[in-house]
Write a protein that binds this ligand. Structure first.
Ligand code: C6P
Length: 400
């Protein structure tokens, strides 16, 4: 199938009869009609609580829900669909881990993250440190915006029990060498977690090949609905973990005194799951697979190179980071123009970008900034979006 952003765009209701240039895909992506229709059809045709109702409607809802789980497991090459846990998103997945495995840390044991993490992969670990007396350590970044692992023994120590790192930076676009980092974590006996919020939507992810123990991501950043995300975990790890939340469906037996747990993944899915969103995410996965992740990655790579070439020649434009291996995220600032003013002026031309700290305040501090402008791409963006953006930027610079 020929990759054509213009024809893909026709699948997205939000772009119909609109000149919207949407360049805020790292925050959330737009939804193709098929995802919206799949959720609607679940509510119209098969709405009943899953894993509880034994009437036909309940069986149908459960089948659609579990089919989505299977699709997602195949999408990331998980050995079993039982290793797919539905959460509310990346944030929910990492908080689950910080409670379940973070809580068993002993004082002085170390959690290793990095300077380029999103708040969702910092704050849950800070909370775990407060609860347990463990220590939080950060891998720094170098001047290109890559993780500086030139002195690994400094960070990966016999005390390191948990390593949790982003697959791709939501500010710099840096793609981290996840497999190598997993091997470093395992060499000191630590578990390795990937924040894949900006990974899975943009490249082929094979959790077995990456050798990670856990991989987390959000549905809404990959054409799926909000309110659903995934925690993938290696079965042995999941079986050894305590549940994070208690409630319906996660139990085997409950007495007045105590309870025993259901099997994985249900042990981690307390309460009525977000099954309509999960089914919607299944449709998003079908859509992406039909295009293929290889073509998506290639397209974003081309678009990023095109944008960088154009941005580099703009006088007074400063780009943050220059990682050799990067995805479709570019952060920049324009001399003498506050990024918030810039975003407002671009909005006049119906161009959407994100400005601010991008929920990565420690990274922004390292970069010496409180805010940057950020453009981020997806399947429906093409060179004409970048051209419109650059044209608009020219008029804004003239105005200022
Ligand atoms: N980044 C951005 O504009 P949630 O909110 O749970 O779906 O995803 C959190 C998250 C975790 N890790 C990374 C690397 C992320 O980029 C995000 C979300 C958005 O950059 C919204 S703050």
């Amino acid at each position: 199938m020929e990759f054509s952003p213009a024809s893909l765009k026709r699948d997205f209701p939000i772009f119909q009869d609109s000149d919207l240039v949407y360049l805020d895909n790292a925050a959330t992506t737009q939804k193709p009609g098929i995802v919206i229709e799949t959720i609607e059809s679940l509510y119209r045709e098969a709405n009943a609580n899953v894993h509880r109702a034994i009437y036909s409607l309940g069986t149908e809802a459960t089948n659609r829900f579990e089919t989505a789980r299977l699709k997602i497991s195949k999408f990331i090459n998980a050995p079993s669909e039982k290793e797919i846990i539905f959460t509310g998103g990346t944030t929910g997945s990492i908080n689950l881990l910080s409670r379940s495995i973070g809580n068993i840390l002993k004082p002085g044991e170390e959690i290793l993250i990095s300077e380029m993490e999103h708040h969702s992969n910092i704050v849950p670990w800070q909370l775990a440190v407060q609860r347990t007396g463990a220590v939080l350590k950060y891998i720094p970044i170098n001047k290109n915006g890559e993780l500086d692992i030139s002195d690994p023994e400094k960070y990966f120590t016999p005390q390191t029990k948990i390593v949790s790192l982003t697959h791709m930076s939501n500010v710099l676009g840096t793609i981290n060498p996840v497999k190598k980092l997993a091997q470093m974590a395992h060499s000191v006996g630590a578990v390795f977690i990937v924040d894949g919020a900006q990974g899975v939507p943009h490249m082929k992810v094979d959790v077995q090949d990456l050798e990670c123990d856990f991989y987390t991501f959000s549905g809404h950043k990959m054409l799926g609905p909000t309110g659903v995300g995934i925690l993938w975990g290696e079965m042995r790890q999941l079986e050894n973990m305590d549940p994070f939340m208690g409630g319906g469906e996660m139990i085997d037996t409950v007495t007045m005194e105590s309870s025993t747990w259901n099997s994985v993944p249900y042990k981690f899915e307390a309460g009525t799951p977000n099954f309509a969103q999960a089914v919607g995410l299944g449709a998003a996965v079908d859509y992406l697979e039909n295009i293929t992740m290889e073509k998506i990655a290639e397209h974003e790579q081309g678009l990023t190179n095109y944008a960088l070439t154009k941005l580099r020649i703009i006088e007074g434009l400063h780009l943050y980071g220059n990682p050799p291996k990067r995805g479709g995220v570019i952060s920049f600032n324009l001399k003498n123009i506050h990024p918030h003013d810039l975003a407002q002026f671009l909005n006049e031309d119906n161009i959407a970008i994100r400005v601010g700290h991008h929920c990565a305040q420690p990274l922004l501090k390292t970069l010496g900034e409180t805010a940057t402008a950020r453009m981020s791409f997806y399947i429906y963006n093409d060179e004409s979006d970048i051209d419109k953006f650059c044209h608009s930027l020219d008029s804004i610079r003239e105005y200022f």
